[in-house]
Design a binder for this molecule. Structure first.
Ligand code: ZN
Length: 247
């Protein structure tokens, strides 16, 4: 089992947006990761990162939705520049925000995408779209097969890759556990969030997010490696160590 972390670009935003209680004077530049999980038979892409056309012209690509101008976009290499996307067998989206689902359209349409049912429903509901700052251009428009899952899910049926329902940041957010490695995604943007619960101010359900953070903290405290969503001090490109699950 191999897992590789790729950086698909960087976003910059005001610290007070990304971390409750942070100074509005400060801005934070943060990486946008994606992951390739390789098993004997599968090559799974977890999240897709930023779409290059969206980086080149965010307002033009997404139609100037409110809030988008709060983010600065940068990209050196898109996911397509780093992975032969024709070799991917499945895409797992942790959630539908543009920095996770954004480059889905670059993956061949024959590759199915796996999403929590609650997330997919929210991403196709007008009120939930506005509330969660979804940009449907990120995930709509292809004839791709969508595999909807409900709650925790054994992705390959052999326990090697487990989807963990970790809602709060968005209604159907999920994390991915591979052995003793947990891709926490945006349960917390920063590693410290598991302890201080200083979440971004734009989450869907703060209480649920707190419970999801407690869940991942429990795994971390049991000895697993839990990666945060966007922490520049933690997320470095390259292969990740995956050991056998210790519990
Ligand atoms: Zn994110």
């Amino acid at each position: 089992m191999n897992v590789e972390l790729l950086i698909t670009g960087w976003l910059t935003a005001n610290a007070s947006l990304l971390r409750e209680g942070a100074s509005a004077e400060e801005s934070i530049r943060f990486p946008v990761p994606a992951y390739v999980v390789e098993t004997a038979t599968e090559r799974i892409l977890v999240d897709t990162g930023l779409h290059p056309a969206a980086v080149a012209d965010p307002a033009g690509f997404y139609g100037s939705p409110p809030g988008l101008a709060l983010f600065g976009f940068e990209q050196e290499l898109s996911i397509a520049d780093q992975v032969d996307l024709t070799t991917i067998t499945k895409v797992v989206l942790t959630h539908l925000h543009f920095d996770h689902a954004g480059a889905l359209a670059l993956v061949p349409a024959a590759v199915p995408v796996v999403v929590q049912r609650a997330e997919w429903a929210a991403g196709h509901d007008d009120a939930a779209i506005r509330r969660n700052f979804y940009l449907p251009q990120a995930y709509a428009g292809t004839e791709r097969k969508v595999e909807l899952v409900d709650g925790d899910h054994d992705l390959l049926g052999d326990g090697s890759v487990r989807l963990l329902l970790t809602p709060g940041h968005t209604p159907g957010h999920q994390s991915v556990r591979i052995g003793d490695l947990v891709l926490g995604a945006d349960v917390t943007h920063f590693a410290s969030g598991l302890d201080d619960h200083r979440f971004p101010v734009f989450g869907d359900d703060r209480a649920a997010q707190g419970r999801s953070a407690e869940r991942l903290k429990g795994l971390r405290d049991a000895g697993l490696t839990v990666l945060p969503g966007h922490d520049a001090d933690v997320l470095r490109p390259g292969p990740l160590l995956v050991g056998a699950a210790r519990r």
